[in-house]
Design a protein around this ligand. Structure first.
Ligand code: UDP
Length: 328
């Protein structure tokens, strides 16, 4: 039985990866410090003898007993609001955290896949973004803590690959959505659906002409799985090229939820990328992968999930949890 370590296991993507690797017949060790993760995302896995949960901060030395075949490093705050609130933790998990994971991969002779991001392209001057584009990132802007940590993470991963011969995989993940996103993480989709469910107006930042391309989580997980199983060590974009402006996206959410609220406009955050669309030629050619779930279907499933949450989740803020964490 293959043994897999997944960091960030209680998060949105981490928990779906735990599901997938258990389904593949693996023994899964999920690790999370629960600063942005939520145990409810993996509580259905707790009775499974092939699943173990380690409450641990991956920026501290990581000890795992026994063999490991695969490591997936998915621990990190991943929304602009989160990394503005916990910038130092964001930098640490992308630097100290990956160093620990790579050291572990080397010691266990495990293959490691890291979660990189379209943010490494910054506010891109090339469109759509190919893996060969080096990006347009402001290192000292508010997004710098995430973007630069992820860029460092890629550099560190390549160094372990070339210098130590560790088997590494780099996934550049574009905007992804689906059940288990945190309702209050500030990302555009939970923000809009939360507003609709609370009967508030939908807040579009800027004039709404900036674009994003949203991938349903099931498609993403399939792409990640195929990348891990491939023999390709250079970065691969995993995302859905179906691009839409945020203004149009707000209208889609209004139609989906049937809310009678309207769109209101707020200031565009500093360094908010104007456009984003993955070029997935490499993933198509190497992995035979492309997304299958149409946005209208994925959004319906995601809306059903948000509606199924207890009402108090709609009004929960994460501030206290972050404050406690930072103090300790
Ligand atoms: N956005 C918005 N209203 C919100 C939250 C986000 O218009 O309430 C915009 C945001 O400015 C950005 C886009 O939606 O242009 C996607 O934001 P998100 O935080 O989901 O992720 P990003 O792709 O910027 O990392």
């Amino acid at each position: 039985m293959k043994r897999v370590l997944i960091t960030g296991a209680a998060g949105f993507l981490g928990s779906h990866l735990c599901d997938r690797f258990l389904k593949e017949g693996c023994h899964v060790i999920g690790m999370d410090n629960l600063i942005t993760g939520d145990l409810r995302n993996i509580e259905h896995l707790m009775p499974d003898a092939r699943f173990e949960f380690h409450h641990h901060d991956v920026t501290k030395y990581v000890h795992v007993a026994g063999d490991l075949d695969y490591i997936l490093h998915f621990a990190s705050p991943a929304s602009p609001i989160d990394y503005l609130k916990i910038p130092i933790q964001t930098l640490k998990v992308g630097s100290l955290g990956i160093h620990n994971c790579l050291g572990l991969a080397k010691a266990k002779q495990a293959r490691i896949l890291i979660a990189s991001t379209s943010e490494i392209y910054g506010d891109p001057l090339v469109h759509p973004q190919t893996e060969d584009y080096w990006g347009n990132v402001n290192p000292v802007g508010p997004r710098g803590v995430y973007d630069e940590a992820k860029r460092f993470q890629e550099a560190m991963t390549m160094a372990y690959h070339t210098f130590h011969g560790v088997e590494t995989r780099i996934a550049r993940i574009f905007n992804t959505y689906g059940p288990r996103m945190r309702l209050n993480d500030g990302r555009v989709l939970p923000a809009f659906i939360g507003q609709a469910l609370r009967g508030e107006d939908l807040t579009v930042f800027g004039d709404g002409s900036q674009t994003r391309s949203f991938c349903f989580v099931e498609d993403l997980v399939e792409g990640l799985y195929r990348l891990l199983m491939s023999d390709y060590a250079y970065p691969v974009n995993i995302g859905n090229p179906d691009e839409i402006s945020i203004g149009e996206f707000a209208e889609e959410i209004i139609d989906l939820t049937g809310t009678d609220q309207k769109v209101i406009y707020k200031d565009l955050p500093v360094d908010d990328p104007k456009q984003r669309q993955p070029d997935i030629t490499r993933a198509r050619d190497l992995l035979g992968w492309e997304p299958r779930v149409h946005r209208s279907d994925g959004l319906k499933l995601t809306y059903e999930y948000f509606k199924s949450l207890p009402e108090e989740d709609l009004y929960r803020t994460e501030h206290k949890k972050f404050d406690d964490y930072i103090r300790n």
